[in-house]
Design a protein around this ligand. Structure first.
Ligand code: AMP
Ligand code: MG
Length: 506
């Protein structure tokens, strides 16, 4: 019965109107994308819809039957006004350039203007093969779809720019991964899907006009202020670098490890994107790596600023011809931007870390003070999230301080550090209660811990039980507000629960 849905919408029936799509990307020249419809699946079943996000996008969920929405979010029914396309891009994967990647399993339906006036892409991920699929099946497995849904929503609630999930649907088809697993489609919403690798795609082909066209598109869509600059394309590079620096610093503040920061997985909008094998670390370790494919730790937690800088240098290379007519001058100007990137990250990082420690003012010793705490945490394998959360209480309550010191292998060393911290806090004028409250607004109690994500995935994949996923999403929607019912979600994994490897699942 469900299979007939496809025929009903693609033939005969009129397409369902759910939103007002526009198509600025599909209006670009034909070499930017391939026009391709999603491939129907056997039994669409909706497993999650994001009602608040749908409301932001004026995406009408209310007036359609569940099976109609399932058909749309599984790719069986293309909604009215959508123009499905797969975007072309290239990318450096772990340092190796691949001249053609592209959306091999993602299909952009179009853009929607949200309530703040921003255009947002709506894309089906896992919706079937495209001209960019290479050997891939064009599909996504349920596990990675749920992971991306959870992490995107968690990032959003943490206040960190990220693509978000509008819906997830089961396809009813099993797909070969590590064994046969349920297939699913994620409907993803992004500020745009233009990546560093999109620029590289055209640059590598010597399509200068296309690079410029893309740069103009990105300026119009994301950085209109760059248009008025003396050198618009240099201003574009600066603007991308500025947003990326803030993004990476924000990742560092919450212990996020993207896991696969290839140039095709870095959006020029400054949103976190394509978090396949991503993870939040439990115990603090600057060398933490979870991704099974990152064997050398290229994208380890502490390497992320350098990885982003490397990616930005690749973006800069594509923009050189438009920065200055004299190649040497262009290189000089672009290099200045790239060279300033790590300072930008450090500045944001330091500002955020001060806030995490409850410091309102800056002092020359702060970097050392923060570094000393991190060293102690590293030596004690202290839980990153919980240490900072306990510091919120410890800043005002002696009892909490007593709990916190037991998290350190050498409590006396912590006492010594805490003495310096308190002395530093004492120099500030704020009242301890309001300081602790301010610290709780920047130090989350709940992050999407790997073992919790794993539990949600196992329940869904093995038992068709989505209640674990739903409960986790609920907790992660308020990461800064502690509640008794959510308390278990703050606990680090037991040894048997520890997840040491994450997979792309592609
Ligand atoms: P990712 O690892 O998801 O960032 O994907 C890297 C590249 O592989 C992109 O071009 C994807 O579109 C493509 N890809 C990943 N998985 C599949 C799949 N199952 N079928 C087709 N293409 C895929
Ligand atoms: Mg990708």
């Amino acid at each position: 019965m469900v299979a007939n849905l496809t025929d009903q919408w693609t033939a005969g029936r009129e397409a369902v109107r759910v939103a007002s799509f526009t198509h600025t990307y599909a209006a670009l020249p034909e070499q930017f994308f391939a026009r391709v419809d999603p491939t129907p699946v056997s039994a669409p079943r909706l497993i999650a819809v994001n009602r608040p996000l749908a409301a932001e996008l004026d995406f009408d969920l209310g007036t359609h039957a569940a099976e109609v929405l399932a058909a749309i979010f599984a790719g069986n029914a293309v909604p009215a006004g959508a123009t499905p396309i797969a975007m072309a891009y290239a990318g450096h994967q772990f340092g190796h350039f691949v001249p053609q990647l592209g959306d091999g399993r993602a299909i952009l339906l179009g853009e929607l203007r949200d309530r703040t006036g921003q255009l947002r892409d709506v894309q089906l991920k896992g919706a079937g093969r495209t001209p960019f699929s290479r050997d891939g099946d064009g599909r996504a497995a349920l596990g990675p779809v749920l992971r991306e849904y959870i992490v995107g929503e968690a990032m959003h609630a943490l206040g960190i720019p990220a693509t978000r999930a509008l819906a997830a649907a089961l396809t009813g088809d099993r797909i070969p991964r590590q064994g046969m697993v349920p297939g699913a489609v994620l409907t993803r919403v992004a500020a745009s899907h233009v990546r560093v690798g999109t620029f590289q795609y055209f640059a590598a082909r010597g399509e200068r006009d296309s690079v410029q066209r893309l740069a103009d598109y990105v300026i119009d869509r994301h950085y209109p202020q760059a248009r008025a600059a003396e050198r618009p394309y240099l201003a574009l590079l600066e603007a991308v670098a500025a947003r990326q620096a803030l993004l990476i610093a924000r990742w560092m503040h919450v212990g996020f490890i993207h896991g696969v920061m290839n140039t095709d997985n870095m959006a020029v909008s400054g949103e976190t994107i394509d978090f396949g094998p991503c993870a939040f670390m439990d115990s603090y370790d600057p060398a933490a790596v979870f991704s099974s494919i990152d064997r050398r730790g290229r994208y380890a937690y502490g390497n992320q600023p350098a990885a982003a800088e490397w990616n930005l240098a690749r973006l800069a290379e594509t923009l050189l011809p438009f920065i200055d007519l004299t190649p040497e001058r262009a290189v000089e100007l672009a290099t200045e931007v790239i060279a300033g990137f790590s300072t930008r990250v450090d500045r944001h990082w330091l500002a955020g870390m001060r806030a995490k420690l409850g410091l309102l003012t800056a002092s020359a010793d702060d970097v050392e003070l923060i570094g000393a705490l991190l060293d102690l945490m590293h030596g004690s394998q202290a839980d990153f999230t919980n240490t900072f959360r306990l510091l919120c209480d410890a800043s005002s309550a002696p009892a909490a301080a007593a709990t916190l010191r037991t998290h350190f292998a050498n409590p006396a060393a912590y006492d010594d550090w805490a003495g310096r911290w308190r002395a530093r806090l004492a120099q500030e004028g704020d009242e301890p209660g309001s300081r602790a409250a301010a610290m709780r607004r920047v130090n989350p109690a709940y992050i999407p811990r790997n073992h919790r994500i794993e539990q949600a995935i196992v329940a869904a994949v093995e038992r068709d039980d989505f209640s674990v996923f739903d409960a986790l999403l609920e907790v992660l929607s308020r990461p800064y507000v502690e509640s008794e019912s959510a308390a278990p979600y703050a606990a680090p994994p037991l040894p048997a629960e520890r997840v040491t490897k994450t997979f792309c699942g592609t």
